[in-house]
Design a protein around this ligand. Structure first.
Ligand code: ZN
Length: 147
């Protein structure tokens, strides 16, 4: 089951009028997203490694949720993990939620957008930096807002 997205009250009066809103229903997500984006974000799919547009992206900016525009990761913490997916060593404060995921027979931690609940990827404890974390994220879940 997918939880109904809840907007924090401070979203009201936001000046980010150009950003997409959180759709009110699954139909809304289907209309807004491509079939591949929908399969990953809303059905917890995984894009094929080394296929995503942001795997080798080096531009500066903020990676936002493709579904709702929630800022998720800074390009400052992106690193090349060699896995074929964009990887980050920390998320922006409060941007993502983590959930236990035993779907592949191994215990993994799924990460979802804290605003709209869309699936993003997984977080692992083998990061190479001081945070020790490796946020492994599907490119199709992200939208880079360059600065
Ligand atoms: Zn979102």
């Amino acid at each position: 089951m997918i939880k109904r997205p809840m907007l924090p009250s401070d979203e009201r009066g936001s000046t980010k009028a150009s950003r997409p809103h959180v759709p009110e229903s699954e139909e809304g997500y289907k209309e807004m997203l491509t079939p591949e984006e929908y399969a990953v974000l809303r059905e917890k799919g995984t894009e094929a490694p080394f296929t995503g547009e942001y795997v080798h992206e080096k531009a500066d900016g903020t990676y936002e949720c493709k579904a709702c525009g929630n800022p998720l990761f800074s390009s400052d913490v992106k690193f090349d993990s060699g896995t074929g997916w964009p990887s980050f060593d920390i998320a922006l404060p409060g941007a993502v939620e983590s959930h236990r995921d035993g779907s592949l027979g191994t215990e993994r931690i799924e990460i979802t957008c804290a605003r709209c609940g869309s699936h993003l990827g997984h977080v692992f404890d083998d990061g190479p930096t001081s945070t020790g974390k490796r946020y492994c994220v599907n490119s199709v879940c992200l939208d880079l807002e360059e600065r």
